[in-house]
Write a protein that binds this ligand. Structure first.
Ligand SMILES: Nc1ncnc2c1ncn2[C@@H]1O[C@H](COP(=O)(O)OP(=O)(O)O)[C@@H](O)[C@H]1O
Ligand SMILES: [Mg+2]
Ligand SMILES: [Zn+2]
Length: 511
């Protein structure tokens, strides 16, 4: 007897339908699989057999052959347990096969027959809908995530027995709650009103958000660098529905969506530790998992203690920064994960941290300082538009009962207006923001008057800035003008933009 069951899995962040065929034939009771890697098969066999028996069914004492197709796509994981178990029962005529051509099944089985959640539920459900299936039978623990998908009959079950019950009699053990599309995977974004003083850094944060610029905070420990960076997602435009789906798919595939989360409503903020490997940062590994750059897609990647990161990890960042995606090629197949994020980084001004501090002396030698700075120079620094000095707050600034600072909502209002100007300037063809302008677009959209040109030339000469830095300054100046709602980039805008290139010049000790 042959049974055909549908399932689905993911490649990259997109799902696709998988056909599962189970054949029972006379012969020694063996269990073999075509189209699954060996280790996964051995484990699936034991789990499926135990789950079937512990759910009150007989496991057929026959030769069981399972075929998963397409065969050329790498299929990982354990989500095929449920379709295999149901396939065995259908081939044994315990389960009617009437619904099987229209309903996909996914889920990992525990030995007692209970279902465990799967990774990638959202892309899997989307793929089933797009393939024209009627519905999907899946673990109840994935219900919130699946509920986002409209136009698909969502059958959430807790056990193999319940899945069989539905296939036999249409009985549904639990209603899937209607999706609350804006329900957040992340809660309570911190607010800028909590940050005292630091007007210069707040301004830079606003410019970064408005123009999509990367930024680097330089300041002593405790000056508020981390605090500021954490507030960047909250002043970016809200995620559109499509963006929420895309961000959620990435987190779903990586298996890091919080339990009960449906759609991510808040832009991601990722802050990997500086000991992170390049694979964990940009993705890859045997399971072809998305890395931190992709988890930060449409949000913020925060690299604290930037000079402490491994050289190869920082090198690996260049391609995603350039392309907005992370391409991972391996023998098992190539995938591309989206990775369009804002980079926020932080570092101390020197190894001890207190260079330029009003009360504490720096104990570093000029050589040590130079060596420390050199770690972030070059190609990476070239992609950071805004270098921002964040001095220590004085005690009186900290203690002062001043009125609360401006809120994130209010800053975001200006960011949105500036983004609107950029959208009408660039149109659908992009780039998304000023930071992404190519040389041709830069020429077209930033034309300087004589005074601004002179100012910029003088700054370049005096500070010894590179040609790359020159372009960065123009882009930032464009954003500053957009924040003011001005069509033409003027002298003030250029002057302010020049001020954000401190690390390009930075003779030792002058931060
Ligand atoms: N500008 C500020 N306004 C309010 N609190 C601040 C400010 N700067 C620092 N703090 C306080 O100091 C703590 C450390 O700040 P943090 O952002 O971690 O500093 P850094 O990352 O520069 O070392 C914060 O948790 C906060 O309590
Ligand atoms: Mg910090
Ligand atoms: Zn020092």
């Amino acid at each position: 007897m042959l049974a055909k069951v549908l399932s689905a899995t993911v490649s990259g962040i997109d799902g696709f339908v998988v056909h599962v065929e189970v054949d029972l034939s006379a012969g020694l009771p063996t269990f073999s699989t075509v189209g699954l890697p060996d280790a996964a098969v051995r484990e699936a066999k034991d789990r499926v057999a135990a789950a079937v028996r512990n759910s009150g069914f007989d496991f057929p004492v026959r030769k069981v052959t399972v075929n998963l197709s397409p065969a050329d796509v790498r299929k990982e994981g354990t989500a095929f347990d449920l379709p295999i178990a149901v396939g065995v029962l259908a081939a044994d005529e315990i389960v009617p096969s009437e619904k099987l051509p229209r309903y996909a099944l996914v889920g990992e089985l525990a030995l007692d027959g209970r279902l465990r959640p799967v990774k990638g539920m959202l892309p899997v459900a989307l793929a089933c809908r797009d393939a024209g299936l009627a519905g999907i039978i899946f673990p109840l623990a994935n219900a919130a995530e699946a509920s986002v998908v409209k136009g698909l009959d969502l059958v959430a079950v807790s056990t193999l027995g319940e899945a069989v019950g539905f296939l036999k009699s249409g009985e549904r053990p639990a209603a899937v709650p209607a999706s609350s599309p804006r329900r957040s995977a992340t809660v309570d974004a911190p607010d800028l009103s909590e940050v005292k003083g630091q007007l210069h850094a707040r301004r830079a944060l606003e410019i970064a958000a408005a123009g999509g610029h990367n930024l680097l905070f330089v300041g002593p420990p405790g000056s508020g660098k981390t605090m500021l960076a954490r507030r960047l997602p909250g002043i970016l435009p809200p995620l559109s529905f499509e963006e929420s789906v895309q961000a959620t798919k990435i987190h779903s595939v990586a298996g890091v969506l919080p339990r009960g989360a449906s759609l991510m409503a808040v832009r991601p903020f990722r802050s990997p530790h500086h000991t992170i490997s390049s694979v964990a940062l940009v993705g890859g590994g045997t399971a072809l998992r998305p890395g931190e750059v992709s988890l930060a897609h449409l949000g913020v990647l925060f690299l604290d203690e930037l000079p402490e990161f491994r050289r190869d990890a920082l090198e690996a960042l260049r391609q995603p920064l350039e392309d907005g995606s992370a391409a991972i090629a391996r023998a098992s197949g190539a995938v591309t994960f989206p990775a369009r994020f804002s980079l926020a980084a932080a570092m101390n001004p020197c190894p001890c941290g207190y260079l330029g501090h009003p009360d504490r002396p720096c104990v570093c030698t000029p050589f040590q300082i130079q060596k420390y700075r050199a770690k972030v120079s070059g190609p990476l620094l070239d992609r950071i538009d805004l270098h921002v000095e964040v001095p220590a707050l004085t005690l009186s600034e900290m203690a002062e009962e001043s009125p609360p600072s401006e809120s994130s909502a209010s800053v975001r209002g200006r960011v949105l207006a500036a983004r609107g100007i950029q959208r009408s300037r660039f149109g659908a063809a992009g780039p998304f923001t000023n930071a992404g302008m190519n040389p041709k677009q830069l020429k077209e959209h930033v034309s300087l008057d004589e005074a601004s040109r002179t100012l910029l030339k003088e700054a370049v000469r005096r500070l010894g800035l590179s040609a790359r830095a020159f372009d960065r300054i123009l882009k930032v100046a464009r954003t500053i003008a957009d924040l003011e709602g001005r069509g033409k980039v003027g002298e003030d805008h250029v002057a302010e933009a020049v001020g954000y290139r401190s690390l390009d010049r930075a003779p030792v000790g002058s931060i």
